[in-house]
Write a protein of this length. Sequence first.
Lengths: 219, 279
Amino acid sequence: MIADVRDLTVRYGAATALDGVSLHVAEHEMVALIGPNGAGKSTLVNALCGILRAAGGAVAVRGDLALVPEGRHLFPSLSVDDNLRLGAWRLRRRDTAHIYDLLPGLGKLRDRPAGRLSGGEQQMVALGRALMARPDLLVIDEMSLGLAPKVVDDLAVHLRERNAADGLAVLLIEQNARLALDLCARAYVLEAGRVVAEGPSAELAGSPEVAAAYLGLEA
Amino acid sequence: MSELVQYLITGVGIGCAYTLLGSGLVVIYRVTRVVNFAQGSFAVMAALTVTTLLAAGLPHGLAEVLAVLLAAGIGLLTGLVATGKPGTTPQSALIVTLGLGVFAYAIEIFFWGDQPRSFAGLPGSFAGVQRHYLLIAAVTALVLAATALLFARTDLGRALTATAEDPYAARIVGIDVPRMGLLAFALGGALGGLAGVLITPVQQVSFDADVALVVNGFSAAILGNLTRPGLTLAGGLLLGVVQALVGGYGSTAYQTEVALIFMLAVLIVRAGSTRAETA
């Protein structure tokens, strides 16, 4: 088990953002977390990364975790290469060459300020920056938001490759349920701070409730 | 004509000192969003320290370097007190720096009294002005170039910029954001201290000189919105030269007023252009 969240409760003042959420990601596993806006997905991300303190429950992460945050959060005035280097801030080795091998599209953008890139290019840099930390678990918050389908497909291909080649575990937090269920073998559905469904993606996609709420199909 | 040249040289020299002070403000503001009103105190403390070290027999150069290092330490302490408590807003921290600036008066009067002090700078003259003005300009050019290299070429500089641009993202990649803030305060302290050390041979410094210094540094930095080092340099030089011209052809009594009017004009013009953009 690389990430183990047990009975996690997080409150903002009087409001309860997460209410007894349990979730785990095993080594080399790709797991999806889907749910509507305001379900508590980003709160869960921040708790996993240690940015938020829990009111109850426990979060255990074994190994190194890297985050691709919602909205990318690149350093806009710094070049693509500098953004990548900072991804390895905690490590001694900050050589970026291997990232250009993994994500060949970034090579030609190397010296461009990250703030001047398109959304898709920025998401690719954000992914590269997270990979620079040589993580065991990659947490990706709203990867597809605002991006063209072709770009999302590219990103998905890269994720599958890293998972297959390096055994990188992935927790994919997505509003785009179709993408998430397609990419990950197992999934959780979060609504109003609670896990309302979990299981193999194929099973969830086949359940009438999930299909109706998240895949736009009639129940 | 030769008078004009003299005013220009002295103006550039003094303007460089303002630039150093302003650059300290910029480094601190960019990384922590705190407007550091204790910036003038760093200069005064360092300058007064040099007078003591020289009197104790230390050679020039060593005395100045030690004073700048002390100013860096004072900057670090200021940062700790102003921003050390997690969750302190930049506005609260600003008030703390103001308080620390006043507290510095007590320390300065205790150690050095309330009379203005000075010490000899680089001897000799050039084109009718003290060569020390040229030294100020040369040291400033070197230090600004080194600072630019630090930010552009080292991972530490990149991490400082990253913290300035997006503290949340900086935290995500593992940068210790509060520590970067303290580093910025130390850098700001060193830059302020250097300004004080350089300016004192041509302008006496007393415990309350920090107000005029911080106003001038702030005026230089406001041209670049407290965030842009290049415009801070332009602002500092412009301010120094205008003050020298006012002092030379008019009266030296109006020099601080020139800085204030300059700052006001920039703020008014900027407010006007922001309104035009949002309209």
